[in-house]
Write a protein of this length. Sequence first.
Length: 94
Amino acid sequence: MAISTVNKLNTTDEGFSENICCPVCEKNVSLRLFSTEDTTIFAKIAKDDKDLAIAVCPNCSTVFSVNKNYMNEKRNGTFVTITKEDLKIIVKAK
């Protein structure tokens, strides 16, 4: 299900990742995955890649960007496992 936001971003729920030790809180969790797509005219004209895959830790609420290759393989049905190298901290929980 996609949710359209005010600034023309579509957010799609991508489900859960496999269990991983969160790099921040160090708990074994299954991260919640989302993808965003910029649908503004500017993004189409500029041809910048504004799409982003994010993951949220259910324990500490830290938000990570996710490697696009991981998300593409997951969408294609390939068995993939998420690693700490696939994650980059966007917003660290307090």
